[in-house]
Design a protein around this ligand. Structure first.
Ligand code: HEM
Length: 136
């Protein structure tokens, strides 16, 4: 498994743990109020689980499993995927800072743009690796 996939899968599991922890607290809070500010963590819960876990695990596994070479020539630029990994994680924390920690709407917007950048770069990296056994 390539190094980038190892980082992405490990990071994804950390987000799963964070997201579930927040989810459990929110669920408990519905029955037994814990703290009035807890609902602000709902967006962090969603961010951690959808982008941190689902998207990141998918990217990590795709980077590992898709064909890298066809007739000895490399099908993609791995640098794009590395940048996508950094952008995705930066975007997640910008969105969490902007929502849960109230850093402002511009921070949320910046986070979303960075996340879109991550997805686009990853798609650009992956496109040529989507091939059959025959290379078509
Ligand atoms: C991959 C797993 C999960 C994903 C993608 C996910 C995603 C979401 C999303 C999108 C919402 C917002 C729903 C809405 O506003 O209508 C939400 C709400 C919530 N989630 Fe999760 N969730 C996951 C797992 C969990 C787990 C394991 C728990 C608790 C054990 C949990 C507890 C909650 C609670 C308490 C809410 C608030 C519900 C409400 O508005 O009353 N979630 N989750």
């Amino acid at each position: 498994m390539p190094r980038l996939s190892q980082w992405a899968v490990r990071a994804a599991f950390i987000y799963l743990l964070l997201g579930f922890t927040v989810g459990v607290l929110l669920l408990a809070h519905k029955g037994l109020p814990l703290h009035p500010a807890l609902w602000r963590w709902l967006l962090a819960h969603i961010e951690f689980l959808l982008f941190g876990w689902v998207v990141q695990l998918t990217m990590g596994m795709a980077f590992w499993i898709l064909p890298r070479y066809w007739q000895r020539s490399r099908r993609s630029k791995p640098g794009y995927a590395f940048i996508a990994f950094i952008l995705l994680n930066l975007g997640i924390w910008l969105v969490v800072a902007g929502t849960t920690f109230r850093a402002g709407a511009w921070v949320v917007l910046a986070g979303r743009l960075v996340e879109v950048g991550a997805v686009l770069l990853f798609a650009l990296h992956t496109w040529k690796r989507i091939i059959s056994r025959e290379g078509a």
